[in-house]
Design a protein around this ligand. Structure first.
Ligand code: GRF
Length: 187
């Protein structure tokens, strides 16, 4: 397997873990975060994978942070960048440099409920079915072309957390499917 995958994550990294545990796991060569205390970084360390943090707090401007992130990405030289719970907007320069090679996973059925609160917004709207979307990253917020989606029913007694956990079960499966197909890994 020759593909080099960089996973970007800000949080617990359960999506990262699902990739690491999948046939695509060997292709994950680095993990990047915007926050040094992301548990995803610990998962990377446990898996013996290189990790970096590029925190906005270390830069004066958003443009500088983006340039720092681009430099860190270039140092990894990935074939595919997977934004898996990376809670920052990836700047236009990075999108331009890696167009068609950056995918994101979002916990709602885009184009409905884009943005940082897809689960909460779907519940607040009162939809009965939501889900998750894996899509290419473009310059917009969750606007890139859709690669795959999975539906999840909202139950009457759901909380944001219980719904998000059920969505994440589908999200992990969907992401692994998409990534393994993209890199041609055997499942
Ligand atoms: C996922 O639902 C992702 O779509 C969202 O944050 C969650 C990340 O989960 N933006 P984890 O950190 O991989 O467990």
């Amino acid at each position: 397997m020759t593909s080099r995958i960089l996973v970007l994550a800000s949080g617990s990294g359960s999506l990262l873990q699902s990739l690491l545990d999948s046939p695509a796991g060997d292709a994950v060569v680095a993990v990047g975060s915007d926050t040094a205390d992301a548990y995803a970084l610990q998962r990377a360390a446990e898996a013996g994978i290189a990790a970096f943090t590029v925190s906005p707090t270390d830069f004066d401007t958003r443009a500088d942070w983006n340039a720092g992130l681009l430099a860190a990405i270039r140092a990894v030289d990935p074939d595919l960048i997977v934004s898996a719970g990376f809670m920052r907007i990836i700047g236009a320069e990075i999108v331009e440099a890696y167009r068609g090679r950056i995918i994101n996973t979002h916990p709602a059925l885009l184009p409905a409920f884009p943005g940082a609160h897809g689960v909460r917004d779907a519940m607040a709207y009162g939809v009965k079915v939501t889900g998750c979307t894996v899509h290419f990253v473009d310059e917009g917020v969750d606007t890139g072309s859709i690669i795959a989606q999975a539906a999840v029913a909202i139950e009457p007694d759901d909380t944001e957390d219980s719904l998000h956990e059920r969505i994440k079960i589908q999200e992990r499966r969907l992401l692994v499917d998409v990534v393994t197909q993209m890199i041609g890994a055997q499942q």
